[in-house]
Design a protein around this ligand. Sequence first.
Ligand SMILES: [Zn+2]
Length: 587
Amino acid sequence: MALPEGFLQELKDRNDMTDVASAYVNLNRRGRNMVGLCPFHGEKTPSFNIYPENGSFYCFGCGVGGDVITFIMKIENLDYIDAVKFLAQRAGMNMPEDTFDDSMSNLRKRIFEANREAARFFYKNLYSEVGREGLEYFHGRALTDKTIRRFGLGYADSNRYSLCGHLKKLGFKNSEIVSANLAFQNRNGGISDRFNDRVMFPIIDLRGNVIAFGGRIMTNQKPKYLNTSDTPVFKKSANLFSLNNAKSSGERSLILCEGYMDVIAVNQAGFPNAVATLGTALTQEQALLMKRYADEVIICYDSDEAGQKATARAITFLRNAGLNIKVINIPQGKDPDEFLRNKGENGHDAFKNVIEGSGNDIEYRLNKLRLNFNLKEAEGRVAYLTEAAKILASLDNTIEQDVYISKLCKELEVSPDAVKQQMRKFSRKKYYDKRRENFRNMRQNLNGINDKVNTERYKKPRVTTAEEGIIAYILKNPDKLQRVEEQLPAEKFQTEFNRNLYVYFSERIKNNLDALASVSGDFTQEETAKIYHIANSDYARMANDKTAAENIRVINDEYSRLKVSDAANASMDDIAEELRRLKDSRK
Ligand SMILES: [Zn+2]
């Protein structure tokens, strides 16, 4: 990626890692670094670290790491060039022109434009003859024209070429329309519309771009709902419907609904903070996305079996993300759309009452559990107590535990000791399970089984670690590079990934460039994370002249040992091949 070095350096200087991250993460100082709860995985104790010294971050929980560009790529779901643009804009800088391959960035721009035109097209349809059925549907569901406009709802008619034809007239290429997933390629080489006979719900991101559509069929055909598949601008599992409205409402709580119509009905009733997933079950990624804009999520799913299953699943992910949870129970088992329609004018107040009367996730789970037991009999009470203790043992907060223990005691007329005794059993089991898991992870990390980037580590763990020690050392002490190189030429590195890093950093240092400045552009996200792990973790902390000398010795010893055993075993052919390989690697 050929962005000028000077530009990259300025971009990083003007987008301080800590400043940028603190817009998304609560950070606290720890020594020279900053720590916070990782925005990329659910956790309760902070393992997300920022290193102001070299403008980077690394999470010891999930292994994500990189520089400020990597951070924006991940948190804003952008590719490299768009993340650079994002940061350039943030710092009021102009992008250098024509210095890099812009084709992906251009395609994304075209997709946004095609989507916007499609949304306009669908909206216009809705208020013309072809869309009459769609408009009747929305009006029948009590949506006002104001709401329809606010959400940009529309209609895709039954003509399979109408949108394609319209977009082509506006100058869009077939390939762009297909990339946007607005059409698909026919066998005869032409294209035809993806959405037909459907009312359309545009999905809009936080910057106001139309990134995708959901469409509900007006006939009896299947599927009832059809959504845009993943495209270069849209990832279904990482977006939420109407998050743009929820975010601008400024509320720190979100109402999680099951579908588009629920969100729109709840919104129309005066709750702009309603959101929904996009035709799939809630993912951990979406829960973390919510955590960025809210402290509390109110789950508002249907009370049928599917809805209850979805609720249980959502509770797990939302808890993992560290969100407070409430679960709404709509009277008479209605969905929110239907409930609000029945209440008419009084919808807002009625729904507000429902929210205020809703319990948190623990109460919800205990209530569900209680239904399975006959509490009038001693046996039923004991069985219920045992299961309830499992739920309470899973809570990390002891104050919260105490609240439920006293509730349970009152309800079952048992002593708190009985409940606590049950809970201890499960807590102990949980503790041992956790310890076993930690131990397994530790062992796998030590053996390098988990190292997906340097896949040779498991074969040569000791020498791989020594190599990483040397890389950390030259990153920390670029002035010592020449001395290291004299004792340790690149070909002595035995794992390919580390050898490449060594060569890459040596060249940058010799050219007086910041060694790390373009890592996020030159390596994949996983490799970048690995590199910043080397640059920031124990390797870096322990990198001094003494450990460097020891590491050089380890690598050299291993190299000679291999040479000796190779020479003893190898035929002449192998030796010739080996010499050729060595020569090549010096080029
Ligand atoms: Zn993490």
